[in-house]
Design a protein around this ligand. Structure first.
Ligand SMILES: *Cc1c(COP(=O)(O)O)cnc(C)c1O
Length: 479
């Protein structure tokens, strides 16, 4: 046994030396990207080539270059031309809280394994509950991602609404949930994990403006009931991922109340709008929800991955997973809020609460207002710019910082237009100056941006459109 090797692994001086160097390097990275001293949002590399590089690096690469190579060979979320997926350019201070979490490694399933982060989690989720408009019966916790949080919420819903204890006894009947046809795919995945099957996912079509069509709710509910499906929950998207359009939460909430089913709001992206004085109207009705999901790593500037699941009636969370890991948890008369593993899907988790608390402590809740409001404003501005450019078409007037649009040319048929826009997006990716994504809406291929960087300006966006136009015209000439 090589004890010397282990001693070198745990040498505090080694950590200090590497750490100081890394902070210097990452500071330079931030400065380069934020201030566009380098002109790429992504250094695209083909997956097979990237694989070869890392296989080779493990054998012959220079240790001292490892962190720099990792940093370089990624997508630069801090670059103002990064306008693709909904991951936030982290507030740099949360890079430091991430470091604390990784080094101290307090797993938090039980209070004893993370006293500060457990108590802090209660503080921050209480604040979020209050912002939603919940009363003191509400309670929240943090978990690893919107996907897991949506699954957890639906498990809680099933336990709370049904008389039968499906968690412990298994399922004898066809259960179902209702959800917009435009909802994030993870809702369907959650339903399938719960054994609902295709039959149990009642997809409600969207209106022309991509919102769940609430006028169809009664009819869809009745039809499912006739087929023998027992619906226990409905999910509203705030907003839906592809389009950035918010469902009418207020009307969905009224429907859920009438049918006595659980109302869950998937606010992974836009739930943070509760902090925006200007845009909280997008979430009108959110306080009617039995549960709400909000991702910290999307519209709240935190590192992946941290999600708040908030419940109007906090006590429901204690029943969701009752009760396998009893050995971890002391029985107590009163609710042991401080043992978060009782309510979360995961056992060990990171000290994610400290990102939330640190942002609140350093910058106040105004920082979330400033972030959401600036980005949604820029979404609206970009929508206007596209509307006024005859080479482009908007899928829908944006309600948030997600904007879907496409290049158009009256000489092309729908399938040619789809191909053209797909090619444009591929060329943009390989070129790397801008990073944007794409989506299919009602059969049409759209370019899609999410403006995540508060320093992305109209100049950047106009440059993007100019680039798309020139790529399009070049591609059309080749044909
Ligand atoms: C991103 C997103 C999710 C998934 O959340 P993760 O944190 O990526 O697991 C779920 N729903 C919506 C509406 C989203 O935008």
């Amino acid at each position: 046994m090589n004890k010397l090797l282990l001693e070198s692994v745990y040498n505090p001086e080694f950590f200090k030396e590497k750490g100081h160097q890394l902070i210097d390097d990452l500071t330079k990275h931030l400065d380069d990207k934020l201030n566009q001293k380098s002109n790429k949002a992504i250094h695209w590399n083909d997956p097979e080539k990237e694989l070869l590089f890392w296989q080779e690096f493990l054998k012959n690469g220079e240790k001292d270059h490892l962190f720099t190579e990792i940093t370089k060979r990624t997508t630069y979320v801090h670059h103002p031309n990064y306008i693709g997926h909904q991951v936030s350019p982290t507030a740099p201070i949360t890079g430091l809280t991430g470091l604390i979490s990784s080094l101290l490694n307090n797993g938090m399933a039980v209070y004893e394994m993370g006293m500060a982060p457990s108590a802090i989690e209660r503080v921050v989720t209480d604040i979020v509950c209050e912002k939603i408009g919940y009363d003191q019966n509400s309670r929240g916790f943090l978990t690893s991602g919107g996907t897991l949080a949506n699954l957890t919420a639906l498990l809680t819903a099933r336990k709370a609404i049904l008389k039968e204890d499906v968690w412990n006894k298994g399922n004898q009947q066809q259960l179902g949930i209702m959800v917009s046809a435009e909802a994030h795919y993870c809702v369907e995945r959650a339903a399938k994990i719960m054994g609902l099957g295709e039959q149990g996912i009642i997809k409600v079509p969207v209106t022309g403006d991509y919102r769940l069509d609430t006028s169809l709710l009664e009819q869809k509910f009745a039809a499912a009931k006739n087929r023998g499906v027992h619906i226990f929950a409905i999910v509203g998207s705030a907003p839906s991922t592809a389009t950035g359009i918010f469902d009418n939460l207020h009307e969905i909430g009224d429907f859920a109340k009438k049918q006595q089913i659980w109302f869950h709001v998937d606010g992974a992206h836009g739930g943070a709008g509760i902090f925006s004085q200007k845009y909280k109207y997008t979430l009108k009705g959110i306080a009617q929800a039995d549960s709400v999901v909000i991702d910290g790593h999307k519209m709240m500037m935190m590192p992946t991955i941290t999600t708040a699941l908030l419940l109007k009636e906090g006590r429901h969370a204690n029943a969701t997973f009752s009760q396998k890991a009893d050995y971890l948890l002391t029985e107590s008369e009163h609710e042991d809020w401080y043992n978060s593993g009782k309510r979360t899907f995961e056992c060990t988790k990171t000290m994610m609460s400290i990102h939330w608390y640190t942002l609140m402590k350093f910058y106040g809740l105004e920082v979330f207002d400033a972030y959401v409001t600036n980005l949604y404003d820029m979404g609206a501005t970009f929508g206007e710019i596209i509307k006024n450019n005859y080479n482009f078409e908007l899928a829908i007037k944006p309600m948030s910082n997600i904007v879907c649009f496409r290049y158009i040319d009256s000489k092309l048929n729908p399938s040619e237009l789809n191909q053209l826009n797909a090619k444009i997006r591929q060329q943009l990716l390989e070129d790397g100056e801008f990073y944007i994504v794409q989506t299919k809406l009602k059969g049409s291929h759209y370019l899609r941006v999410t403006i995540m960087n508060p320093f992305t300006t109209t100049e950047h966006l106009k440059k993007l459109l100019a680039k798309v136009t020139s790529l399009a015209q070049h591609l059309l000439k080749l044909n």
